[in-house]
Design a binder for this molecule. Structure first.
Ligand SMILES: [Zn+2]
Ligand SMILES: [Zn+2]
Length: 126
């Protein structure tokens, strides 16, 4: 897979933050959203143009990948996190449920990945 370098500044269409393009980052470092513009990373060839919502992150030994989903067409995308990315947002994403959990009652979300908390919550209710 060839990465086509394309240096381009852009204004985040989600939060309005001005993003200084470095040719590799195509997502907003503040809210981590991006636009569905690539078919291959960097080619800007997708015609969709929908907003790509960050739905989670995956941490590898040498890099962090932001998982995004296009809100228009549902396309799933792995976007490499950049060191400029808002670490608070990244941490928040790491605690989000994986895709597939989104249709379930929202009260479940806070407890995903924390079985102990879930148990405690049930106890308190009873
Ligand atoms: Zn943004
Ligand atoms: Zn799309």
């Amino acid at each position: 897979m060839t990465f086509i370098r394309n240096v381009q500044d852009f204004t985040c269409a989600h939060c309005g933050y001005f993003v200084k393009g470095d040719g590799y980052t195509n997502h907003c470092p503040k809210c981590l959203w991006s636009k569905h513009i690539d078919i291959e990373p960097g080619d800007r060839a997708a015609i969709c143009g929908g907003m790509m919502e960050p739905i989670g992150i995956e941490i590898f030994p040498k890099r962090t990948v932001i998982k995004q989903r296009c809100v228009t067409c549902g396309h799933l995308w792995n976007n490499s996190a950049s060191e400029d990315d808002d670490s608070t947002r990244l941490i928040a994403l790491s605690k989000m449920p994986p895709p597939g959990f989104f249709m379930i009652d929202t009260s479940v979300h806070a407890t995903v990945g924390k079985k102990n908390v879930k148990k405690k919550g049930l106890k308190n209710k009873r």
